[in-house]
Design a protein around this ligand. Structure first.
Ligand SMILES: Cc1cc2nc3c(=O)[nH]c(=O)nc-3n(C[C@H](O)[C@H](O)[C@H](O)COP(=O)(O)O)c2cc1C
Length: 324
């Protein structure tokens, strides 16, 4: 399939694997790129420039196709060494960067000078327009149903995507709730040039996470996610578990007085315990409503091949049939 996104990124299928903390390691990024999509290494999981350089090198050993690096701007008092992380990306010969969490304007000159394509992840049309105005090459438009941080506007993709299509000139991918060929065709119909998936890629053979994480996604329905940290204006969609219920009780009890320190046990530093050790109740971890559409753990190649075959069938048989 040829779209503005496949052309821009030099990939075969318009499918991107979004950055995911403690999931987006070289194994998954390489598997996605090898299957014709765009795999993305999550920069902040590595933390230091040295470790990121090592992860980029590991990924290059596993694929000769293009892959990207995600850099997320976090609301934190002690920020990571962003200048050195971006320099590492440039030195590593990376051709695509996914930014998220805040305006990347400050970093665009150095990335553009190095010929890197920048995809900015946005949860609002106004943010996507801003990304376009500062020179981003593409946007990843993340609807309310997404796993991770959906922002504070709560606009689902059936509204957000056509709104983005009405306003944007740069190409964009649909993110949040994407799982299969139906998602891809729906996204294309609404003006997107491809899809970005998070949760769906965790439930694959190659995702380097504990088997219990994959099984939890397969077992979950679309009713099993919760929104946490809304009072802090840092809303995150996570899978329900006892730690999340505890966190929500604290939010309810403290109301507007809630501070990050009150919920630190449920959210800080829990990812390695969940993703690597399979301690499923260690805390809150991002998961999309799309879990309700996930009931298998295929290889990444099978997943992407199935999406493309299903999309082809929908376009050329089901939809064409309606127009006959
Ligand atoms: C476990 C997990 C961790 C994530 N970590 C990050 C991250 O560190 N940075 C980021 O920009 N997005 C992160 N995301 C968001 C994804 O990149 C993607 O935008 C989102 O999952 C799309 O929604 P979906 O899960 O419905 O496919 C994460 C998502 C999940 C499920």
């Amino acid at each position: 399939m040829k779209t503005r996104i496949t052309e821009l990124l030099g990939i075969e299928h318009p499918i991107i694997q979004g950055g995911m903390h403690f999931v987006g390691l070289a194994e998954l990024a390489a598997a996605v790129s090898n299957a014709g999509g765009l795999g993305i290494i999550t920069g902040l999981t590595q933390g230091t420039p040295e470790k990121l350089a090592n992860e980029i090198a590991r990924c290059k050993e596993m694929t000769d196709k293009p892959f990207g690096v995600n850099i997320t701007f976090l609301p934190t008092l002690t920020p990571p060494d962003y200048p050195a992380l971006f320099q590492t990306i440039i030195d590593g010969g990376i051709t695509v960067v996914e930014t998220a969490g805040n305006n990347p304007a400050q970093w665009l000159p150095m990335l553009k000078d190095a010929g890197i394509k920048v995809i900015h992840k946005c949860t609002a049309v106004r943010h996507a327009l801003k990304a376009q105005s500062i020179g981003c090459d593409a946007a990843s438009v993340d609807g309310f149903e997404c796993g991770g941080h959906p922002g504070e506007d709560d606009v689902p993709n059936f509204i957000l995507l056509p709104r983005a299509a009405d306003e944007l000139e740069i190409p964009f991918v649909a993110s949040g709730g994407m799982a299969d060929g139906r998602s891809l065709v729906g996204a294309l119909a609404m003006g997107a040039e491809g899809i970005n998936m998070g949760t769906r890629f965790i439930a694959t053979q190659e995702a380097p996470v504990h088997e219990k994480v994959k099984q939890a996604i397969v077992a979950a329905s679309e009713l099993d996610t919760r929104l946490v940290m809304r009072p802090l204006r840092n809303t995150e969609r996570v899978l329900a578990n006892p730690a999340v219920e505890r966190l929500l009780e604290k939010e309810k009890a403290l109301g507007a007085d809630l501070k990050f320190e009150d919920i630190i046990d449920e959210v800080a530093g829990v990812y390695p315990r969940i993703m690597q050790e399979g301690d499923m109740d260690a805390g809150a971890w991002s998961c999309g409503m799309v879990a309700g559409l996930i009931d298998d753990i295929p290889t990444v190649q099978e997943l992407i091949d199935n999406i493309m075959a299903e999309a082809d069938g929908i376009i050329n048989e089901r939809l064409r049939g309606f127009c006959a």
